[in-house]
Design a protein around this ligand. Structure first.
Ligand code: MG
Length: 203
């Protein structure tokens, strides 16, 4: 399986990164070795001094497709979850400076904790989903899908022009503003609406 991550999909986050608001989706990949499941801890890697949390809603692809039209994209995912797109911001800054790819900063082992999924049918409006992240009980990021620059369906349509989507692939749909550093000992918990679906510790 593969993990596709959408960058800069919330305007306020693009602004906080001093990045241009994109006119088409920006995306990158993480390998399956990036996943952390079942609330297992995240081990702070020794190659970075600035690991940032980015909380994101995650789509789980439920059937294979290529060149999916936006009006049919909703048929390609049944479940939505929440995860963290951990980013070594110090390394990413260096990559950006030199115009190099971001993989070292984005796709390292453990960079994609993923929580439990809920059925799409449990959500009234996909374009009005509240989600948030707490660190040690304090809310640090809050988002709502009404602020997405590219909707779930637009993202699936766009990505599937380049990559065949397969059952079990995950799409991290972008982070709202409020990204920031984590440190050893922090406890992170992520929620869709008010449901806690992911909770783990930084070790
Ligand atoms: Mg992200």
């Amino acid at each position: 399986m593969k993990i596709i991550c959408i960058g800069r999909n919330y305007a306020e986050h693009a602004k906080e990164m001093n990045a241009a608001v994109p006119t088409e989706p920006v995306f990158f990949l993480k390998p399956d070795t990036a996943l952390i499941k079942d609330d297992q801890p995240f081990y702070y890697p020794d190659f970075s001094k600035e690991i940032h949390h980015e909380v994101e809603l995650v789509l789980k692809i439920s059937k294979a497709g290529k060149n999916i039209a936006p009006e049919f994209a909703h048929k390609y995912y049944d479940e939505i979850g929440i995860g963290i797109d951990f980013t070594a911001r110090d390394i990413q800054a260096k990559c950006k400076e030199k115009g190099l790819p971001w993989e070292k900063a984005k796709a390292f082992d453990g960079s994609a904790p993923i929580g439990k999924f809920i059925s799409k049918t449990e959500i009234k409006r996909l374009d009005d989903i509240n989600f948030h992240l707490t660190v040690n009980g304090n809310t640090v990021q809050k988002g709502n899908t009404k602020d997405l620059l590219f909707s779930f369906d637009a993202v699936i349509a766009y990505v599937s022009k380049f990559f065949t989507l397969k059952t079990g692939d995950l799409i991290y749909t972008g982070t709202p503003e409020g990204v920031g550093p984590v440190k050893i000992g922090d406890k992170l918990e992520a929620f869709i609406q008010e449901r806690s679906l992911l909770a783990f510790e930084i070790k």
